[in-house]
Design a protein around this ligand. Structure first.
Ligand SMILES: *[C@@H]1O[C@H](CO)[C@@H](O)[C@H](O)[C@H]1NC(C)=O
Length: 165
């Protein structure tokens, strides 16, 4: 890896430390983690070993760090479990018209309770997600109306609620 690439990684680590490791309200900026991250970088830099040796020792670590940071920065937040509260409000706004109380006011036998979901092979978050996205029979599709996150949340909500209606 070239010096430039190492520098880029180092800058990334320093930035990441500065922006993410400082807990609001905690001691002055420059929390210990940031200092240690920067110290590591300095260590990696000041290693006097020949270019080839330092490259082979540093690169995998640097790449791992860089990729990890990239994921952390781009991801914004770690993949969280579905938001069941949001799922409930999506349900009330989009599904309750036909599925109030876990019932089905259009096709009474196709309730969204556990027993019926099992009977019709829909007791599965993936199957519910597909049905909500594409529609099925007399049920309208929501793929154009709801975003993927909302569909994911409402599918999880329905699945979780199926044995509780
Ligand atoms: C759901 O259906 C059951 C019987 O099939 C009925 O007793 C209940 O009141 C219904 N719930 C709602 C919210 O419509």
């Amino acid at each position: 890896m070239s010096r430039t690439a190492c520098l880029t990684v180092a800058a990334g680590v320093a930035l990441y430390g500065a922006s993410c490791f400082v807990v609001p309200g905690s001691a002055p900026r420059g929390a210990p983690l940031m200092n240690s991250a920067m110290a590591d970088v300095e260590l990696a830099f000041s290693a006097p070993a020949p270019e080839s040796a330092s490259t082979s020792a540093f690169s995998p670590l640097a790449m791992g760090l860089a990729l990890g940071l990239l994921a952390a920065v781009l991801g914004g937040r770690p993949a969280l479990a579905a938001d069941l509260e949001n799922g409930e409000s999506i349900f009330l706004g989009n599904c309750a018209a036909c599925h109030a109380g876990g019932n089905n006011s259009v096709r009474a036998e196709k309730k969204i309770k556990k027993e019926e979901l099992i009977t019709y092979g829909k007791y599965d978050i993936g199957a519910i997600t597909t049905q909500v996205t594409n529609g099925y029979g007399a049920m309208p599709a929501f793929g154009e109306k709801l975003g993927p996150d909302d569909i994911d949340d409402v599918a999880n909500y329905v699945y979780n609620k199926a044995d509780k209606w």
